[in-house]
Write a protein that binds this ligand. Structure first.
Ligand code: SF4
Length: 265
């Protein structure tokens, strides 16, 4: 099994060889809650080994590789949050793809879903370039930050409930550290919509009851001391969704255009 050693020169690697490593869910919570800055938090996220099944999967994929990428070094580690430190728009996916984020080290980078997503973000002014292909490609999010609810690529793209629970403190702490500036949270897909609620609660938001149902363009206002934000639902730009026309470029643009309106409210 293999992964990129922390601090070995990978572009944007937030960790160093002495970054503390969480080896079980209790350590994830302790290290996440003790992280005072995004830099400290993302470094710790990126070396986590708390879920044995996911650690084995992500590192085996990184070693075996897909034929098209056999010459490449795979990241093979958890995918840390990425983007601006004071974002107004937070974009949340469920988990990285085995040969996408797990290969490139950046969420929604190097796969077809990311191609659709970044093209839309670029058209709506939230990303500097229309593609995101690898960690050193010069791509930049504009007023936005992107993260995954579960940081490691799962088999069949399906993390288990205990793995979602184990990873929650990384998500909650990241949401809390950027809450002051965030005006809009976009959940990509129903699983991300479900996963973000407990993180928002842990980050101090008061959530609506009953919880709004996920849908493309679904909206909910959420409140915390000193401010409020809007949660927006967006169908996931998965290959299945884009191929069948369930999600179109126009539909993605509509959601991110709406996010741009709401970030100024
Ligand atoms: S899924 Fe989250 S908690 Fe589990 S090993 Fe990966 S980063 Fe750690």
């Amino acid at each position: 099994m293999s992964c990129v050693p922390p601090g070995s020169g990978w572009p944007g690697d937030p960790a160093l060889p002495d970054t503390p490593v969480a080896r079980d869910p209790a350590e994830v919570r302790r290290l996440a809650e003790a992280s005072r800055t995004l830099g400290e938090l993302t470094a710790r996220q990126s070396v986590c080994r708390a879920c044995p099944r996911l650690v084995e999967w992500r590192e085996t994929v990184a070693e075996v590789k897909r034929r098209a990428f056999v010459q490449e070094t795979y990241w093979g580690r958890p995918i840390a949050g990425w983007g601006e430190d004071r974002p107004e728009v937070l974009i949340v996916g469920l988990a990285p793809a085995a040969h996408g984020g797990n290969r490139t080290g950046r969420i929604f980078t190097g796969d077809r879903s990311g191609d659709w997503l970044f093209a839309s973000l670029h058209r709506t002014g939230l990303a500097e370039k229309e593609t995101s292909v690898h960690a050193g490609d010069g791509q930049r999010l504009v007023g936005a930050r992107m993260l995954a609810a579960v940081r490691c690529a799962p088999p069949a793209n399906r993390p288990e409930p205990r793995e979602r629970a184990a990873c929650l403190p990384w998500l909650s702490r990241e949401v809390a550290l950027v809450a002051e500036s965030v005006r809009v949270v976009v959940a990509l897909g129903g699983f991300a919509w479900q996963a973000i609620w407990p993180a928002l609660k842990e980050a101090g938001y008061v959530l609506p009851r009953p919880r709004p149902i996920f849908g493309h363009g679904a909206e909910a206002e959420i409140f915390r001391e000193g401010g409020s934000a809007h949660l927006l639902g967006c169908y996931h730009p998965s290959q299945q969704n884009t191929f069948t026309g369930r999600v179109t470029a126009r539909m993605l643009d509509d959601v991110f255009t709406r996010a741009n309106v709401l970030r100024q409210v």
